[in-house]
Design a protein around this ligand. Sequence first.
Ligand code: FES
Length: 127
Amino acid sequence: MTTIRNEMQWIDAGPLEAIPSPGARRLPSAHGDIAVVRTGSGAVYAIDDRCPHKGGPLSQGMVFGERVQCPLHGLVIDLPTGFAVGPDTGAVSTYPVRVADGRILVGLLPQTASAACGGGCACAQAA
Ligand code: FES
């Protein structure tokens, strides 16, 4: 019997004050690049740094409200859900974020757990 460990791994995305409010930064990870986004209200989100349209870098997009606009062709992503805002379609994965001692931490599940989910979990629905 194979046991799948599903423990969250928190990676340090740097100090909170390093990201303008609003603004975003690219965070390389084992899951690929992640866009760490800080809104004007101070909320922090982490999403895949790859636009579902043609792969544009969302970390270089314009942040407004709870959304980020892709710098290449303008697709808008809702940060809390990762879904494109209509009439556009598509989605990116979202990652849990917490701030501890002034540093941003992004939660990642081990890739083996993600690959083994079988498509029924939230990560597959957002992909
Ligand atoms: S690559 Fe993002 S809108 Fe085209």
